[in-house]
Design a protein around this ligand. Structure first.
Ligand code: FES
Length: 112
């Protein structure tokens, strides 16, 4: 499922329950790459630009374990908090700031 948004800075994108546990939801923005919103098994919500730092694979289709996601293309592991690839791999997916208010997921799109 995806959400199309049309503004910048802090934007409400969906209800927190619309992001499945150990799953993701893709948010689309007119002038920015797709954003993957993830929810870990402990309920923490993270957001990264939906592009693996290796060869651009869709991180939103990856397997979430703990606070990291495994890219579906070549199995790099990406830290959901920082976007950094975990050793021995190197690279960084762009992190998007997230906050939860009134059970809604808000993304800061000002930097995109
Ligand atoms: S594109 Fe993600 S590991 Fe290669």
């Amino acid at each position: 499922m995806s959400t199309v948004i049309s503004s910048c800075n802090w934007v409400s994108v969906c209800h927190v329950d619309e992001v499945p546990i150990q799953g993701s939801r893709v948010v689309q923005h007119r002038s920015a790459p797709d954003i993957a919103v993830f929810k870990a098994v402990d309920g923490h919500v993270f957001a990264l630009v939906d592009r693996c730092p290796h060869r651009g694979g869709p991180l939103s289709s990856g397997l979430i374990h703990g606070h990291s996601v495994t890219c579906p293309l070549h199995s790099w592991n990406i830290d959901l908090e920082s976007g950094q690839a975990l050793a021995p791999d190197e690279g960084c997916a762009r992190k998007v700031p997230v906050k939860i208010e009134d059970d809604m997921v808000h993304l800061d799109l000002g930097g995109l």
